[in-house]
Write a new protein. Structure first.
Length: 256
C-alpha cells in the first residue's frame, strides 16, 4: 500500500470517527434534557424563564393555586401573558379571580417580572406561597409585592399599599414607576430572610422577614390573623388576578 493511499484511508477513518462521536454526543444531550420546565428554559446566566414572549410563551411552568387547572381568565395574546383582559379600564374590573403559581418552589432567589398595567389596575406578586387544604388563598402565606397603577387606582391610596410596597406592611422609599400602558420591571431578591424590592432597576425597599420590626408591623397589618403569613421560608411564586387587565412579557427567576 502506498504512503499516499495510507494517508487517505487514515483521513477517511478520522472523519468517520469524529462524525460518530458528534452524533453520540448530540444523542446523549437530547436524552439527558430535563423534563422540568424551569430547567429546560434556563438561560446562560442561570436565569430560569418562567414565561417569555420570545422563548417560552407557554404556561408549562405554572398551575392554578390549589389546583392543577388554570383559569380561562389567564390567556396568551400575541405571545403576551394576559389576565382579566376585559378589565382594561378604571370601571371595568372583572372580579377577583384565581392566582397562578409556579409548579416549583423557591427559597433564596432573584425574580424579575416585566409587566404592563391597564388604567387603574391592581395586582400583586407573592413569594414563599404554600398550597394545601389549610389555605384558601395565596395571600394567607405569601408576602406581596404590590403591582398598581398609582395614578388611577381607586382601591389603594396609602403609601404601604402602592406599587413596589410590601403590601400593607412597608412603603417603598421611592416610586420610579411608568404609568399605565407602559412596561415596568418589578424585582424581588430574597436571601436568608433579607428581602429587597426593585422597580425599573432601582432598589426601593428592603426588610428582614425575621426581625422584630417585621413581626410588630405584621401584628398591625391585615395579616395579624394569618399565623403562617411570611413564616414558611420557601414556596411558590404567585401572581394575582385582581380583576384588572395586566400583561406580562417576561417572568424569570434565578436561584441563589
Amino acid at each position: 500500500m502506498s504512503q499516499k493511499v495510507c494517508y487517505s484511508l487514515c483521513s477517511i477513518f478520522t472523519i468517520a470517527m469524529l462524525m460518530m462521536y458528534s452524533f453520540v454526543g448530540c444523542n446523549e444531550q437530547s436524552n439527558t434534557s430535563s423534563t422540568n420546565v424551569t430547567e429546560r428554559h434556563a438561560d446562560n446566566n442561570d436565569w430560569i424563564l418562567l414565561y417569555d414572549h420570545h422563548q417560552n410563551s407557554t404556561l408549562d411552568a405554572w398551575t392554578g393555586f390549589n389546583t392543577t387547572q388554570i383559569s380561562d381568565k389567564w390567556i396568551i395574546m400575541d405571545d403576551v401573558l394576559t389576565v382579566s383582559s376585559g378589565g382594561d379600564d378604571v370601571d371595568k374590573n372583572t372580579g377577583f379571580g384565581q392566582s397562578i403559581v409556579t409548579k416549583d418552589r423557591f427559597k433564596n432567589f432573584e425574580l424579575e417580572v416585566q409587566y404592563r398595567m391597564s388604567k387603574g389596575a391592581n395586582s400583586g406578586i407573592m413569594y414563599h406561597v404554600e398550597q394545601g387544604e389549610s389555605y384558601k388563598d395565596d395571600y394567607e402565606t405569601g408576602p406581596e409585592y404590590q403591582l398598581l397603577d398609582n395614578a388611577l387606582a381607586r382601591s389603594e391610596s396609602l403609601p404601604h399599599r402602592q406599587v413596589a410596597a410590601l403590601y400593607d406592611m412597608f412603603a417603598p422609599e421611592s416610586s420610579p414607576y411608568h404609568p399605565a400602558g407602559e412596561w415596568n420591571i418589578a424585582g424581588i431578591r430574597v436571601q436568608d430572610g433579607m428581602v429587597e424590592h426593585y422597580l425599573n432597576g432601582e432598589k426601593v425597599l428592603e426588610y428582614d422577614l425575621n426581625s422584630e420590626d417585621f413581626e410588630q408591623q405584621r401584628l398591625k397589618s391585615k395579616w395579624s390573623d394569618d399565623p403562617d403569613w411570611a413564616k414558611i421560608g420557601e414556596g411558590h411564586i404567585s401572581i394575582q388576578d385582581h380583576g384588572d387587565k395586566v400583561e406580562f412579557r417576561q417572568i424569570r427567576i434565578r436561584v441563589l
